[in-house]
Design a protein around this ligand. Structure first.
Ligand SMILES: NC(=O)c1ccc[n+]([C@@H]2O[C@H](COP(=O)([O-])OP(=O)(O)OC[C@H]3O[C@@H](n4cnc5c(N)ncnc54)[C@H](OP(=O)(O)O)[C@@H]3O)[C@@H](O)[C@H]2O)c1
Length: 285
């Protein structure tokens, strides 16, 4: 079993430390607010002398700035820092240089589950950086969930993570708008749920509503045939949905932003193409 130091004991880091312990690893923990280590020490973790105390440092903090604040000017000779915190891709690239200047290697990561999911079936993280270094620690990191390596570019793990979170945030916010609208007509969230679930599942499927795949194929091919389902028709329909929300007294910020995007693609002359043509407007703000 390996030795691992967990740096950052918020909800994520604390659960990571517990999960490494449960998998039989030798775990040390460090947190800016030192008292957060106490419950983990009670479970068998050691108290790290500093954030840099160990050869494998698994970091989970609010930001990359927190990593700089925690490691300070500690030497990182031969150390591997696996940072699963959120940050902008360029920040991660800069952080990789920062760690390298101190003699260490940074592996960046985006973890795709909340604390209760860590180490559970279906959990996985995107990792980027030098693959040979990741491979040396793959078995240890697998305690947290699947290890999905996406490339040497340090920013890439976070780009996968953020791209999936965009889908997560925007589709779930739409679900909230939908529940709010239905609620104004007395339809309860639980009555509406089967239809929402069916839509979520069909969008990811292979049928006629399987738009995740349809849009990927169209975008890869660089063509968005409208056929019987034009963007113009959908922009008009979305306008009606915005009117419905406003009339029901529900806020409309996000649906209105979508409408502006659809209308721009239409005004740019692509109203006869399919919904997927909106990506052309997204790529050129
Ligand atoms: N929670 C989730 O569902 C989830 C899922 C996927 C990814 N993530 C990502 O995982 C990371 C950790 O999330 P979290 O939910 O555990 O909590 P968080 O609130 O994002 O981070 C809390 C941790 O950051 C530390 N911290 C903040 N500022 C610091 C600084 N300047 N110097 C040193 N340490 C500092 C805190 O230390 P103190 O205790 O001393 O304040 C604490 O250990 C985030 O980047 C988040 O985006 C979270």
């Amino acid at each position: 079993m390996s030795e691992v130091t967990v740096v950052g004991l918020g909800p994520m880091g604390a659960k990571m430390a517990e999960t490494f312990l449960a998998a039989g690893h030798q775990v040390k923990v460090w947190n800016r607010t030192a008292s957060k280590a106490d419950p983990l020490v009670a479970q068998g973790a050691g108290r790290a002398a500093s954030a840099a105390d160990g050869d494998l440092l698994v970091v989970s903090q609010i930001s990359y700035q927190a990593m700089y604040d925690s490691l300070g000017d500690a030497g990182l000779d031969g150390k591997v820092v696996v940072n699963l915190s959120s940050g902008a891709p360029d920040e991660l690239r800069e952080a990789a240089r920062w760690v390298a200047e101190r003699g260490g290697t940074l592996i960046t990561a985006g973890i795709m589950v909340p604390p209760p999911g860590i180490g559970q079936p279906g959990a996985y993280s995107f990792y980027s950086g030098p693959e040979d270094v990741l491979d040396r620690h793959r078995a240890t990191l697998e305690a947290l969930g699947g290890v999905t390596y996406v490339g040497t570019d340090a920013g890439l793990a976070m780009m996968y993570y953020q791209s999936l979170l965009l889908i997560f945030w925007s589709s779930l916010t739409s679900h909230m708008h939908a529940m709010a609208l239905m609620g104004t007509a007395g339809v309860s969230p639980m009555e509406f749920l089967p239809f929402a679930r069916e839509t979520f599942s069909q969008l990811g499927g292979d049928g006629p509503m399987g738009y995740a795949k349809i849009l990927a194929e169209e975008t890869a091919a660089g063509a968005h045939p409208g056929g019987e389902n034009s963007l113009h028709m959908q922009a008009v329909g979305l306008g009606h949905a915005v009117e419905a929300l406003a009339a029901a007294g529900v806020e409309t910020t996000v649906p209105e932003a979508l409408l502006r995007l659809f209308e721009r693609a239409d005004a740019e002359g692509r109203g006869g193409e399919g919904l997927g043509t909106v990506i052309e407007s997204i790529k050129k703000p």
